[in-house]
Write a protein that binds this ligand. Structure first.
Ligand SMILES: [Fe+2]
Length: 292
């Protein structure tokens, strides 16, 4: 399956969809498009093992226990690069979706390659796979880079099996297994070329009472917003490190312009796309009012 897309960009060709808050990419409860080919299920690695869900499968329990969810909110600046021009972002040409880093470095445009070269120096090497995701998007004020502005964490342990259906859901994120381990969460390096549409990261530890298994991020988002913990906007052209216990969220663009976003994921999970999502990966989501 295609993990990169080489495509000329223009303001006129920027694809725009209406913002729904449904989270089209991850954590979505929407029906998924039928996969092109059903890949054999990947073996479950420790990092992605839904340990808490395992405790429910042996019983007929229908209710989900709560626990104290401790988010360490790792957020570290690892490098600061020169802020690129708008023309350099627009002209960079190639974007990625779960592309192995070596292949991404071979195929990347000059700006993305300079980001990947720097990221590669900061890869920890503690995980089996290193994947690159990237987007080149043109925003107007109010546009959102993904179809959700919920506080969330990346790389959750997602289960969609019959045990989940017995609990009355189509999908559950095993938050307890992610936050309490013992397996290390996936880790990430992230870059954004400009600050006019910057991800917001919580930077202090946060404890919440959460169900062990959650069907979406609605309740988590409400609780984090009510707490309003210390957070920062990712600065322009800076590479930051975070992990699967780092709360963050998308924010609507405050200004007009192009943005390159690059994320490097270190994970033990082998990712093989079963359907091509890269064509719609650079979509922007327009809020009706332009409100954040
Ligand atoms: Fe995220």
């Amino acid at each position: 399956m295609k993990t990169y897309l080489r495509q000329a960009r223009s303001i006129a060709a920027q694809e725009v969809a209406q913002f729904t808050g449904e989270g089209a990419y991850h954590g979505s409860t929407r029906p998924r498009p039928a996969p092109v080919a059903e890949a054999a299920p990947a073996p479950v690695v420790d990092e992605m093992w839904p340990r808490s869900l395992d405790r429910y499968s042996a019983t007929e329990r229908r209710s989900i226990d709560t626990f104290t969810a401790r988010f360490a909110n790792r957020y570290e600046t690892v490098a600061a690069l020169p802020v690129p021009t708008q023309e350099a972002v627009m002209a960079d040409g190639v974007t990625f979706c779960w592309c192995p880093i070596d292949e991404a470095i071979r195929e990347a445009g000059p700006l993305t390659r300079s980001v990947l070269d720097e990221m590669q120096r900061h890869v920890s090497g503690r995980k089996r796979y290193v994947y690159i995701d990237s987007k080149i998007q043109y925003f107007r004020p109010g546009d959102v880079p993904v179809d959700s502005q919920h506080w969330h964490v990346d790389g959750t342990i997602v289960a969609r099996d019959p045990r989940v259906q017995r609990l009355g859901h189509a999908l559950l994120h095993d938050m307890r297994a992610r936050l309490e381990g013992p397996a290390e969460p996936p880790t990430y390096l992230s870059y954004q070329s400009s600050e006019h549409c910057a991800t917001l990261f919580v930077t202090a530890p946060v404890s919440l009472t959460l169900p062990e298994l959650i069907p979406n991020f609605d309740d988590l988002d409400r609780q984090v917003r009510a707490l309003a913990p210390t957070s920062v906007s990712q600065p322009a052209a800076v590479i930051v490190r975070f992990d699967g216990g780092s709360l963050h969220r998308a924010v609507a663009a405050s200004d007009t312009g192009w943005r390159l976003w690059v994320r490097c994921a270190e994970t033990d999970r082998r990712v093989e796309l079963s359907s091509s999502i890269i064509e719609c990966y650079g979509m922007v989501y327009r809020t009706a009012t332009g409100a954040t």
